[in-house]
Design a protein around this ligand. Structure first.
Ligand SMILES: Cc1cc2nc3c(=O)[nH]c(=O)nc-3n(C[C@H](O)[C@H](O)[C@H](O)COP(=O)(O)O)c2cc1C
Ligand SMILES: CCCCCCC(=O)C(=O)O
Length: 382
């Protein structure tokens, strides 16, 4: 099982330290201005210049040799989009919906821990950026701010992410709090029963620095009880049933790579699944997430929606994922880089850039709607 580090008493999340120094001694950005972006590859280098080295290693890094991290990008190069130039279509329509929530495009934000590493506004900034861009924000169990603070920061749609804790009663309490705060679904992450070896973080001696706002005790000066900061290492269909029962919300099971896990999750009542290898941060040597998507989609056979993440950086990646069976894609690191560089404006800029790239890709592929993308056949690279 994975325990968050026991930490010295720190400032409460949400209290901005005077000099933009986060409680863990990380210098965090305060900038909020429109962000001029070329693409979502360059943004990583730019963010590395404003993030503290330890924070950057934690965010950017993958597990082990980072083979899977690289493969998440390389896998997209093995399927190609054939241009269609005489379709007579124009002005692509990116709008879609997922689990009853209308969104401006098939691109949402996946849960990422501790946004306070990146920007003084933490998840409140991300929530504002997501709302401004018209999409859904996933809020991590180990967010810097408490889930209610994030909900209050902006009115856009949000999903709460659960890391099942060894403290079962507290896990149930989190689910009920999420529902009460207006979250529309639960993302149950199944792939982190032990945290992968992120070697660059180890080299940097990075320690998860902030007391996660959702896990604080009644006495903020007291250490968080061990069972409350330890992830459960045994997950199965009962965990999914628990999340459905306690939250009363649709449950998305995240971290699916194998068709049999997808079937099990659906059989247990999952409302959706999220194909993901956690951005190459967990099992190094696992296939690129895009490589496993078609087999999982075939097994799911449209019974529930599929969310896809891990390595999506370009509009073409979004197109390819949708053409391979995903209903929407989710992005992680680029959003945090946008937040680090420019607060809520940076988050919005990242999402809008990806939307523009998707629109251009649709136009050049001769498709008009998201449904058209899903009906497009890709061509294998030779
Ligand atoms: C710094 C960081 C923290 C993350 N924290 C969480 C988390 O708390 N819960 C979760 O389910 N996934 C977490 N993830 C995984 C993301 O949800 C997602 O699967 C991953 O980032 C892949 O997307 P990307 O390639 O667009 O970054 C985290 C990823 C990063 C980079
Ligand atoms: C060392 C704390 C890990 C918290 C889990 C956050 C996460 O999912 C990640 O990928 O990092």
């Amino acid at each position: 099982a994975t325990s968050l580090q026991a930490e010295p008493a720190l400032a409460r999340p949400g209290q901005a330290p005077a000099a933009a120094t986060s409680p863990g001694e990380f210098i965090v950005s305060r900038t909020e201005a429109p962000l001029d972006l070329i693409n979502l590859i360059d943004i990583e280098t730019r963010a590395s210049r404003v993030l503290a080295p330890g924070a950057f290693s934690y965010i950017a890094g993958g597990a082990g040799d980072e083979w899977t991290l690289r493969e998440n990008r390389n896998a997209f190069n093995r399927q190609l989009i054939v241009p269609r130039v005489l379709s007579g279509k124009t002005a692509p329509d990116l709008r879609t919906q997922i689990l009853g929530t209308a969104i401006v495009s098939p691109i949402i934000i996946t849960p990422v821990a501790a946004h306070g590493l990146a920007h003084i506004t933490a998840e409140a900034g991300t929530a504002r950026g997501a709302a401004a861009a018209g999409t859904i924000l996933g809020v991590s169990t180990v967010s810097t701010l408490a889930l209610e603070q994030v909900a209050a920061a902006a009115a856009g749609p949000k999903w709460f992410h659960l890391y099942m804790l060894q403290d079962v009663a507290y896990s149930a309490k989190l689910l009920r709090r999420a529902r009460a705060a207006g979250y529309r679904a639960i993302v149950l992450t199944a792939d982190t029963t032990v945290v992968g070896n992120r070697e660059d973080s180890l080299r940097q001696r990075f320690q998860f620095p902030l007391q996660p706002g959702n896990l604080l005790g009644d006495d903020p000066a007291a250490p968080i009880p061990l069972a409350r900061r330890t992830f459960e290492s045994r997950l199965d269909r009962k965990t999914i049933e628990f999340a459905i029962r306690e939250s009363g919300l649709p449950v998305i099971v995240k971290g699916i790579n194998h068709p049999d896990d997808a079937l099990l999750a659906i059989d247990a009542g999952a409302a959706a699944i999220q194909v993901s290898n956690h951005g190459g941060r967990q099992l190094d040597g696992a296939p690129g997430a895009f490589s496993v998507l078609p087999a999982v989609a075939k097994a799911v056979n449209q019974r529930v929606p599929i969310i896809f993440d891990s390595g999506v950086r370009r509009g073409q990646d979004v197109f390819k994922a949708l053409a391979s069976g995903a209903d929407v894609v989710a992005i992680g690191r680029p959003v945090i880089y946008g937040l680090a560089l420019s607060g809520w404006q940076g988050v919005r800029s990242v999402l809008e850039l990806l939307n523009r790239e998707l629109s251009m890709t649709m136009q050049l592929a001769g498709v008009h709607t998201v449904a058209d993308i899903r009906a497009t056949a890709l061509q294998p690279a030779v």
